[in-house]
Design a protein around this ligand. Sequence first.
Ligand SMILES: [Zn+2]
Ligand SMILES: [Zn+2]
Length: 306
Amino acid sequence: MITHAHGDHARPGSASYLCAAPCEPLLRRRFGAECTIESISYGHELTVGDVRISFHPAGHVLGSAQIRIASNDGVWVVAGDYKRAADPTCAPFEPVRCDVFVTESTFGLPIYRWDPTVTVIADLAEWWQANRDAGRTSVVFCYTIGKAQRLLAELMHVTDRPIYVHGMMLGMIDAYRQSGVTMLPVAPVIERTGRKQSHTFAGELVLAPLSARGTPWMRRLGEISDAFASGLMRVRGVRRQRGYDRGFVLSDHADWPALLHTVEETGATRVLATHGYAEPLARYLRERGFDSGVIRTAWEGEPTGD
Ligand SMILES: [Zn+2]
Ligand SMILES: [Zn+2]
């Protein structure tokens, strides 16, 4: 059972997969057509052995789900990655009552608090305009599943210009469009290079995956200013250390207040934290009377889609 299509959750090597319906096309792109993938609609209940299973929206990326597992012993909810902020590219998080709640904790520290998305997008638009005035190309690095599409949808409020994207991003943007998500038109960066030399990307906004940073692909963009769109950018030291000109604090994960609020809303008495700052979150909840602990997973790297 897969909560969503990010690489730290959708792991290859299983005989078959079960996911929420809107996640299926993304998983197929990731795993290939020959992989056995089944999906069920949000809220639909499936009996597997002694338990009843259902998927509920997690508001993280398209098709992301919390997995509810109910048996005579009670109800568990495994949230996967989730956020509470509105996102035009996916169904909003739905609180699900449970006895045991397995929560992510990517940003499980009190320093992580998000500004309203509209503020972040306004900052980005202003930065883009300043770069245009200076004849520079604006490059925003972001994750290929979720963040890129969210930016393309949110930017519709401030522009109708097409956005240039790295070729690696086209597949997933296409998958989102086919699922009915409305976004700005995009063009691959490569197309423009075939034309007259007088064509440059100066003044344009380009979205690129982190893996493209510092590669020869960047050269065709001319003089650039670069930025990273991620919750990680909340911490100035991280931004400086990674050498981005700008950081836009736009996350697809719950911030600290949202984590605590969500735990309360589930009504769970036992809370298990995983993924990120699991120890600090579990400790905080323990001090507030929850039976809480940490679940370690095979994945110990930096989470994707943050
Ligand atoms: Zn994750
Ligand atoms: Zn994720």
